[in-house]
Design a protein around this ligand. Structure first.
Ligand code: HEM
Length: 292
């Protein structure tokens, strides 16, 4: 370990034995992610209870929601929350562009870009080598290629599912412009995209974030916003080294949350994971044994 890194570590652990942590996510981003989880799971539960209405589990679920009609109302309420999350995120991007990045070019193509670039392709290649034991773990930066992929899967997913959902919600309005059959097409797109999104989030996204060996069984960083400096150094070495080299690491160090907050966060996380996996199992059951 270099002298500078050792000095940084001393400063990190300096105050009254409390180990400071690295702040990865802002308060707004954490709140938006929590709202996204609540709205997505509500949409998936209510939506799937409509889509697979002929199964036993769907009628059980819809009774819990107060019947198919009120499941539809809950679906619309959760949709408003999800669209709100999306709009606030776009406003936040515009704010970040004005205050921190100064231009769209810097925001979209700078070092912390969410767009896939050449270094992600290199990381992907090196990750495959690492998986088969032919190389070291790549030195990932702030956003890994799979995090970028997950982000854009949700980004365009909301655009598709939100626009078709609005057509189902307000068919009279939309058929002033579009022909009637567009509503049938919107139903198919909405329904199939919902299946794709649910399948993706509760398998690929859950695996990427919680089930990979470094994070198993759950990574709570997106709820607390913070992680230990050791974990940060291991997980995102490129970003860690850049912050140490520029002497900026300390700017991002914060006190950890007390154990009671961590317990509450874990309870929320476990509930979300359990619901997500259960929805996937219920869909697989419906498709294998009851599909119509
Ligand atoms: C975000 C905006 C969304 C809007 C505005 C929206 C709106 C709607 C509306 C109005 C319906 C018809 C409900 C009824 O007949 O009572 C519907 C059905 C449905 N929605 Fe959504 N929804 C949205 C997001 C989602 C998401 C994120 C999922 C799943 C993850 C989803 C899954 C479904 C499913 C499976 C159906 C039933 C489709 C079928 O009958 O085959 N929706 N949605």
């Amino acid at each position: 370990m270099s002298k500078e890194t050792t000095n940084q570590s001393k400063r990190v652990n300096g105050h009254a034995g409390i180990k400071k942590q690295f702040q990865r996510f802002s308060r707004l981003n954490r709140a938006l992610h929590a709202l996204m989880i609540v709205s997505f799971i509500s949409l998936a539960l209510t939506g799937m209870s409509l889509k697979f209405a002929y199964t036993g589990w769907a009628s059980f679920l819809s009774r819990l929601f107060g019947g198919f009609e009120s499941a539809g109302y809950i679906h619309r309420l959760a949709a408003i929350v999800m669209i709100g999350v999306f709009i606030v995120h776009i406003i936040d991007l515009v704010r970040m562009k004005r205050k921190e990045f100064l231009s769209w070019r810097a925001l979209l193509f700078g070092k912390h870009t969410m767009l896939l670039n050449k270094s992600d392709l290199r990381d992907l290649r090196d990750s495959i080598k690492w998986f088969v034991g032919k190389g070291e773990r790549p030195k990932y930066g702030r956003w890994t290629y799979w995090e970028k992929f997950d982000y854009f899967a949700v980004f365009w997913g909301i655009a598709v599912i939100g626009s078709t959902g609005m057509m189902l919600w307000f068919p009279e309005l939309f058929t002033r412009v579009f022909p009637g059959w567009a509503i049938n097409v919107a139903t198919i797109i909405h329904s199939d995209e919902a299946l794709l999104a649910t399948g993706f989030i509760f398998t690929v996204h859950f695996f990427n974030t919680h089930l990979r060996p470094e994070k198993f069984p759950m990574d709570i960083v997106v709820f607390t916003g913070r992680m230990s400096v050791e974990e940060f150094r291991e997980d995102k070495p490129k970003e860690y080294e850049a912050l140490v080299a520029s002497g900026e690491l300390e700017k991002y160090l914060v006190e950890p949350y007390p154990p009671i907050v961590i317990r509450a966060v874990r309870t929320f996380g476990w509930t979300a994971l359990t619901l997500g996996f259960s929805i996937v199992l219920a869909i697989i059951y419906a498709m294998l044994f009851a599909y119509r």
